[in-house]
Design a protein around this ligand. Structure first.
Ligand SMILES: *[C@@H]1O[C@H](CO)[C@@H](O)[C@H](O)[C@H]1NC(C)=O
Ligand SMILES: *[C@@H]1O[C@H](CO)[C@@H](O)[C@H](O)[C@H]1NC(C)=O
Ligand SMILES: *[C@@H]1O[C@H](CO)[C@@H](O)[C@H](O)[C@H]1NC(C)=O
Length: 483
């Protein structure tokens, strides 16, 4: 033998040995399979003693929450369901089969426990997929199957969008009772180690509880395992899209009172805000189940809308007061005292149109103007008096002239001139008097209108602060619920 030959023969030996071993294992597996399944039926519960219960260990891994439909109360989850049980007829001595200790075979060949999700909410029946099972020499069968489950889940949206939900997933055997198939918790909670984070829900655990229910009719116990999925909603999406716009819009509503009455926009601002809130409210109502418990955010919308309706109605009343005009009755005494005296000071309302200049100066100007008016008035009064005195003289002179006849012509002419002037003057004085009276009346009535306007303004200011405080407290309340 040469060295090369030797190494060659080694390689041949190697190859021969390994192909032989592989073919041997394949052969043994074939033999094992035919031996095991020669007289096996997958229809019957594989126990030696039919009086003994068969233990099925159930273990759930939550992989993903696909959807939570609040309106239809359905939770769609992606689960891995592991079931482990012992089959009394699928046992072999591994030494007889060349140390073969486990085989993987399609799961529909062996008996499977009919464990189903009790609170299923699916239209069509879809059990776990027909994946392979792992069969061990001592009869242990491990069946891992993925499943997309749609389970009914009672969603309580009372605290939406700051709510927690609990969804139960109840697994149990559909036909076997507890004396035939007993379910055992593999772990005391669902496995979350492979969970893919959900954008809307935080998972706070999935504890498992085994319940045994005795139905009235029969003495057999019916065991089930209930996994409770504890969910907490991530509310930032709703805070940014539903809450903050609503808070901002509702802060606009009290400003409607601050809008000048003559702009004619006061009512339309209120109505616009109301419509905007209605849109938000519809958005919330659409995604909620039509249940009795109104979500927190819905309550906030309703409260805000009520408030804005009230503010718009009040605006309409105040507009009426503002446009009372000169024909109206004068402002009642109590209103003068309460509103014009005290409230105007509390809310810093001085005069109409004080928005544009500093209130102090307008006040001075106004009083100065008043003084001047009074001076003019006094002067005219004084003038009238002196005039009337003068005219009395005139009339006297006239009478004198007539009695004396046309004696002194020159003198008489001048007297006549004086007389004409006097009469002229008198008529003019009367006219001026009339104009002054008219003017005074007009001023008085416009002062009355101004007074009503001021009442309206003070009330506007009062309600503005009242509604600001209400909006503020409501926003604080709802944000307090969030924290
Ligand atoms: C299967 O059943 C037949 C007939 O009853 C019997 O002869 C045979 O030994 C059984 N095979 C095994 C592996 O038990
Ligand atoms: C099932 O488990 C119970 C205890 O959990 C045990 O007593 C019983 O023997 C087990 N049954 C079988 C068939 O292994
Ligand atoms: C969910 O299951 C737990 C444990 O069995 C139970 O206490 C709870 O009432 C169930 N919740 C619902 C909504 O059925």
């Amino acid at each position: 033998f040469t060295k090369a030959n030797l190494s060659h023969s080694f390689i041949y030996l190697f190859i021969f040995f390994f192909t032989d071993a592989e073919s041997a294992e394949g052969k043994y597996a074939q033999k094992l399979f035919s031996d095991l399944f020669e007289n096996y039926t997958n229809a019957l519960r594989p126990v030696e003693d039919t009086d003994k219960a068969m233990n099925v260990t159930l273990q759930i891994t939550l992989s993903q929450i696909k959807d939570m439909d609040e309106r239809n109360q359905i939770l769609t989850a992606y689960l891995w369901i592991r079931q482990i049980w012992y089959d009394a007829y699928l046992i072999w001595d591994k030494d007889e089969y060349d140390g073969l200790d486990s085989i993987r075979i399609p799961s529909n060949l062996v008996w499977r426990p009919d464990i189903v999700l009790y609170n299923k909410a699916d239209d069509e029946f879809t059990g776990p997929a027909d994946t392979n099972v792992v069969l061990r020499y001592d009869g242990q069968i491990t069946w891992d199957a993925p499943a997309i489950t749609k389970s009914s889940c009672v969603v309580d949206v009372a605290y939406f969008p700051f709510d927690d939900q609990q969804c139960n997933l109840t697994f149990g055997s559909w036909t076997y009772n507890g004396n035939q198939v007993d379910i055992i918790n593999g772990m005391d909670s669902g496995d979350l180690s492979d969970f893919v984070e959900n954008v809307e829900w935080e998972v706070h655990g999935m504890p498992a509880v085994k319940n045994v229910i005795m139905y009235g009719c029969c003495s057999e116990p019916y065991p089930d395992v209930t996994y409770t999925l504890l969910l907490k909603r991530r509310s930032s999406f709703y805070i940014f899209n539903l809450l903050i716009p609503c808070v901002m819009i509702s802060f606009l509503a009290p400003l409607g009172f601050y809008l000048p009455a003559d702009s004619g926009e006061k009512v339309s601002l209120g109505v616009t805000v109301l419509l905007a809130l209605t849109v938000f409210q519809l958005m919330v109502a659409e995604s909620m189940p039509p249940s009795e418990s109104v979500p927190l955010i819905g309550k906030y919308y309703i409260a805000t809308m009520t408030m804005i309706t009230a503010s718009t109605a009040l605006t309409i009343f105040i507009m009426n007061i503002h446009h009372c005009g000169p024909e109206a009755k004068p402002v009642p005494q109590w209103a003068k005292v309460v509103i014009l005296e005290y409230m105007s000071k509390i809310f810093f309302v001085y005069e109409i149109g004080e928005n544009c200049t500093s209130p102090q100066r307008t006040k001075e100007k106004h009083s100065e103007k008043h003084k001047k008016d009074e001076e003019i008035y006094l002067e005219t009064e004084g003038h009238k008096k002196s005039q009337s005195n003068g005219c009395d003289k005139c009339v006297l002179k006239e009478l004198n002239g007539q009695s004396r006849g046309g004696s002194e012509d020159k003198h008489g002419k001048s007297e006549k001139n004086d007389l004409c002037f006097c009469l002229h003057h008198e008529r003019m004085a009367k006219n001026i008097d009339y104009i002054a009276t008219c003017f005074r009346e007009q001023k008085a009535s416009s002062a009355k209108g101004t007074e009503w306007k001021k009442v309206a303004k003070v009330m506007d200011r009062f309600f503005m602060w009242v509604f600001f405080i209400m909006v503020f407290f409501m926003s604080i309340l709802i944000i307090g619920k969030a924290v």
